[in-house]
Write a protein that binds this ligand. Structure first.
Ligand SMILES: NC(=O)c1ccc[n+]([C@@H]2O[C@H](COP(=O)([O-])OP(=O)(O)OC[C@H]3O[C@@H](n4cnc5c(N)ncnc54)[C@H](O)[C@@H]3O)[C@@H](O)[C@H]2O)c1
Length: 388
């Protein structure tokens, strides 16, 4: 029996789940200035269902164009969400078509670097699903290139914008855990069935799933100085919708150790072979996925870091652990592009920082090298920290 999540299951469960609540400051700016950010979406597959609904909840944003090499997908989304967009079947046509301010890259992971570069070259700002490029060097070059073109690029995920991340970051900065020592993060499910790119070279469970924990743990603990990892392929074949059986070429199982400053070590595990009924539709998850330990306290993030429920803080010898931040304050994991459009409109710097995305990209690449060569890999990148 196949327990994997089918594309239609996923879409049914998630397509129209809850419109977003937007930052009141951004909305009040909108009322005063009426600045509207024109958005173009490239890649009209699974995740576009979540993005489009969120974008449509903001009066600061107008989706003006949809692009997909399978043009029927752009047409279907245009109709389903009553967008009234211009539709294109190629990025060149999109960039030469109706004017826009921000491109959202929601295609197969392997295409992100090349598509993002074309958009930057055309003077467009970019919000990219993860990863924003396929290597650290390519990503760094994109960020530098954007500067020369007078535009910006940012990358998913948006985990640092959740109120639970903020609570945990402040608790650490205020010393509530004492001297930090160790942290752990985990995320997995039985793997997407709707597209093969997740299992092709430069796909894999790290850029699709581990990326969330990498962003959370480095966001909380600071940049990693070095990486050691073991990765593997547990299932060498996968059944993909409308495609049949394929060979798995990229890791579907990964354990990553990160060395942070002051002796702090964190560990992440991710994979496409984890039985977890809540792994994709997370709202009923009651277990924790992130743990942080210091010598005066520990914290557990309940739910997944991309869809957190609360934070349990245990820092007393006498009192039971306390549950904090049960309110999501309107946070949704797909809000990154909406936040970035808001930042472009208001010129208020967002919490999501592209140097942080680049650092996570360097970790993924280093983890692959570490596993392949059996070595500890030093990292060169860092980002402004603490983030909150
Ligand atoms: N599906 C999810 O739940 C989810 C959640 C978070 C992030 N993501 C990320 O979003 C991205 C897309 O994932 P997905 O699940 O939506 O995949 P998908 O296969 O459902 O959709 C990708 C779409 O991109 C189109 N495409 C591919 N190359 C293109 C090109 N050169 N030009 C234009 N269109 C092109 C494909 O035709 C397809 O419609 C990935 O980076 C993934 O990691 C997905």
């Amino acid at each position: 029996m196949n327990h994997s999540i089918t594309r239609s299951d996923f879409l049914q469960k998630t397509a129209l789940a809850g419109a977003a609540i937007l930052l009141s400051s951004i909305e009040s700016f909108s009322r005063e200035e009426q600045k509207v950010i024109r958005v173009a979406i490239i890649g009209c597959g699974s995740v576009s269902n979540r993005y489009i609904v969120h974008l449509q909840s903001s009066n600061l944003i107008k989706i003006v164009s949809l692009c997909d090499i399978k043009i029927e997908r752009a047409v279907a989304q245009n109709e389903k969400y009553k967008i009234g967009a211009n539709m294109y079947d190629h990025i060149d046509a999109l960039l030469n078509g109706v004017a826009f301010d921000l491109m959202l890259t929601l295609t197969d992971m392997q295409m992100h670097g090349a598509l993002n570069k074309k958009a930057l070259a055309a003077g467009k700002n970019v919000w990219s699903e993860k990863p924003l490029a396929n290597s650290y060097a390519e990503g760094k070059a994109l960020v530098e290139y954007a500067k020369t073109k007078g535009v910006r690029i940012w990358g998913a995920p948006a985990v640092v914008t959740s109120p639970q991340f903020e609570f945990m970051s402040k608790a650490i900065q205020e010393g509530k855990l004492g001297k930090l020592a160790s942290a752990h993060g985990q995320y997995g499910h039985t793997g997407p069935t709707w597209s093969s790119f997740f299992y092709e070279p430069l796909g894999g469970s790290m850029p699709d799933l581990g990326v969330y924990n990498m962003a959370t743990l480095t966001g909380l603990l600071g940049h990693a100085k070095s990486v050691m990892a073991m990765t593997s392929i547990v299932n060498s074949k996968r059944e993909i919708d409308e495609k049949g059986m394929i060979e798995v070429k990229e890791e579907d199982n990964a354990h990553i150790l990160l060395e942070h400053a002051n002796g702090v070590i964190s560990h992440i595990m991710c994979g496409f072979n984890y039985f977890d009924p809540f792994g994709h539709e997370a709202k009923n998850q009651t277990l924790h996925s992130i743990q942080i330990f210091g010598d005066k306290g520990n914290m557990r993030l309940i739910g997944y870091d991309w869809e957190p429920k609360s934070v349990v803080l245990d820092n007393s010898w006498n009192e039971p652990p306390q549950t904090h931040q049960t309110d999501d304050n309107g946070y949704q994991w797909q809000e990154g592009a909406t936040r970035i459009a808001g930042a472009l409109a208001t010129q208020i710097e967002p919490k999501i920082n592209v140097l942080h995305s680049l650092h996570v990209l360097e970790i993924i690449e280093a983890a692959r090298k570490s596993s392949k060569e059996g070595i500890k890999v030093k990292l060169v990148s860092a980002f402004p920290w603490p983030m909150i």
